[in-house]
Design a protein around this ligand. Sequence first.
Ligand code: HEM
Length: 495
Amino acid sequence: MQTLQSIFSILFFSFTFLFLLSALLIKVLSLSCRRYCDCEVCRDYLTGSWMTQFPNLADWYAHLLCNSPTGTIHIHVLNNVVTANPANAEHMLKTNFHNYPKGKRFSVILGDLLGNGIFTADGRAWHSQRKAASLALGGASVRKHAFDVVTNEVKTQLVPLLSSVQGSVDLQEVFSRFAFSTICKISFGLDPEEMELPLPLSEYIAAFDSASRLSALRATVAIPFVWKLKRFLNIGSEKELKHAIKMVNELATAVIVTRRKLDSKNNHDFLSRVMQTTDGEAMDDLYLRDVVVSFLLAGRDTVASGLAAFFLLLSKNPSALCTIREEISHVTKGKTDYEMSHDDIKSMHYMHAALHESMRLIPPVPFDSKFAAGDDTLPDGTEIAKGTRVTCHSYAMARMKSVWGPDCKEFRPERWLGKDGVFKPESPFKYPVFQAGLRVCLGRELALMEMKNVIVSVLREFDVEVVLKDGDLPRFAPGLTTSFKGGIPVSISRR
Ligand code: HEM
């Protein structure tokens, strides 16, 4: 009798479980069917057939956008409008800014990694973080401190490291380590080596990369329920992401603890300033954790990516390399790296142009998305329904003849120079590499100073030869910022 009762209970619970699971699946399928679309673009996206013709998703999008009369496309299965039209960029980033917040869906995708930091925040929370960040990054003393940190880091870390290379080295990895150490010193006022961590630092850096890659992956799936279910069940990529975020949190905690142990008063770093200027916000560890993670993401990956792309493109453009070297010798006239001032670096117009040109073609942040808060119409006539993801695609915009002319795909620093050889900036909506409008990047000047400092020292001291095969097209790894699958292998020799 007892056995019969047990069998009956097992059967009953199994049926109930299966019934609930089927009901859930039907609900999910009916929701996704509403977005199901059989148009050619959606079919190519879902089947991945674009991969037979294009090395990267960004190249396929660029192709579609170049062929669209408005410079805008709609990937229906992702409910995503993608635009490479500067007028649309200006509309969403400035004129109708309030209709294009990051939105709840953005923080659902990136919130596990970025928390409520500046990159996911909207409204008042964003406003107060932006105010604190621009105060901390904008002052003359901070700029001087940052310049000194970068100069020292280049001289004592980067140059010796490159000098010690025998054979080939991955330049992307070198710049990534350099940018990590530099941003820790500038933003948190600490040497990453002085933090007490249970595991080697390199494992935390790798965890940071995985967390960024796996978080970005969430945004590419047509049915978000899939990753949410995986997160709930703690399986597959979501299990991996959870572990990576745990390590990122350990790293952020180590930064906060070390910073607290050191005296924060009279310190120029960003974290110390945030700890001092509370502006009514609760300065708890969770808030500080979000600040640390956001600044690591903002300041490390972008700079490393921009530098790696610069050296990749320069290796294919020897005449630009020659012109930059001439400019460097002309401006520095035999000064050592330590004797060079920020003004010396600022006066190198051709190098500034070449760096803008490389980031135009390979932007460190290839696209940027917002979610429409209400129905709207873009300047090119595209209808936007509330809740649609609207993406401004910098990578594709660089490849639009209508925006950059018939030579848009060429690396041509001269397009940034006036007849007098002086750098001539472009509209930020045509070049949204640092974003534009109200949420424009706050670290632009810092990033440019850091990258140019590195470029001057490396080009003065070394010959860098990229050892990718000639026909190899760069393939990007998935992530929040541009990085190259397999890195950028180079051989280095002293000049
Ligand atoms: C080549 C280097 C860099 C590039 C290309 C770049 C690009 C960008 C882009 C595209 C955004 C908008 C992101 C979004 O809204 O989702 C952004 C925002 C931001 N960037 Fe940068 N960035 C760079 C370096 C830096 C550095 C070194 C810092 C500071 C340490 C920094 C601090 C910030 C901050 C705080 C924001 C948030 C602005 C806001 O939402 O109000 N960036 N950056």
